[in-house]
Design a binder for this molecule. Structure first.
Ligand code: ADP
Ligand code: MG
Length: 247
């Protein structure tokens, strides 16, 4: 059985003035350890999908089924939501409810692995955007989530920091083999990071096509992947797929 299965997911938002259909009849499965992306234009329902998967809202229709029970979910957003008045080590420890000695060890180990030990006693405003997102990732991984949800976590960064962080995240998640769902509007990012890419139509979001990323791309870092001949071919194919949707 799949790690995660979404069946006939639809979601409507109702306000006094209007009803908005954010998602319509979305069906997909995710296998354990897989990295999948949902790629689609702004406003197509990507964040709505993640909120539903995280259990923050109930879908209007359809079901979400996890193979395991009480699946721990990590959620990382475009903004890092670090608390500026807490030190880096306290920010990373945030999800670990009791500050036991062993939790301190988890935090120390993560910061070491992320090569950020030197920032332990600093405060978030003292760090660059890329570093802050690494800290946010460390905090998300500290609780050892079985499923990681990434909502455009690289989109607020400049191009160079974005590529560096993509490499870092891909490498880290490989080590943790965490099942991950990324939503993005960036075609290159989706191809470079994922095992599988689902293409969303414009609102209401529904899956119009899915692409399995070839092994030759998956073996490369996200940075290197962008130079692979297979990458260019896939980019063109996905570009055309997204383009026809807007006609
Ligand atoms: P994306 O993340 O792909 O940009 P969202 O999931 O945020 O898209 O939004 C999908 C659609 O649902 C948009 O039209 C948005 O305006 C609408 N929407 C999102 N959240 C709410 C809400 N809480 N109330 C009403 N409409 C919403
Ligand atoms: Mg969004």
């Amino acid at each position: 059985m799949a790690f995660l299965e979404a069946k006939n997911l639809s979601h409507h938002f109702f306000t006094e003035q209007q009803a908005t259909t954010a998602l319509e009849q979305v069906n997909f499965t995710v296998a354990e350890g897989e990295f999948v992306s949902f790629l689609g234009p702004s406003g197509c329902g990507k964040s709505t999908l993640l909120s539903l998967l995280a259990g923050l809202m109930e879908p209007t229709n359809g079901t979400i089924h996890f193979a395991g029970q009480n699946v721990e979910i990590g959620y990382m957003l475009q903004q890092d939501f670090l608390f500026p008045w807490k030190t880096i080590e306290d920010n990373v420890a945030l999800g670990l409810t009791i500050l036991k000695k062993e939790n301190r060890e988890i935090v120390d180990e993560l910061l070491e692995q992320f090569q950020l030990s030197h920032t332990k006693k600093l405060f978030p405003p003292q760090l660059s955007g890329g570093m802050r997102q690494r800290i946010a990732l460390a905090r998300t991984l500290a609780v050892k989530p079985a499923l990681l949800l990434l909502d455009e976590p690289f989109s607020a960064l400049d191009f160079r920091s974005k590529l560096t962080l993509e490499n870092f995240v891909a490498d880290t998640l490989k080590q943790f083999s965490t099942t991950t769902i990324l939503v993005t509007h960036d075609i290159s990012e989706a191809i470079a990071m994922s095992d599988k890419v689902f293409i969303f139509s414009a609102r209401p979001g529904t899956i119009v096509k899915s692409f399995i990323i070839p092994q030759e791309i998956r073996e490369l870092t996200p940075f290197e992947a962008r130079n692979a001949p297979a990458f260019q071919v896939l980019f063109q194919e996905i570009w055309e797929e997204l383009d026809t949707d807007e006609d």
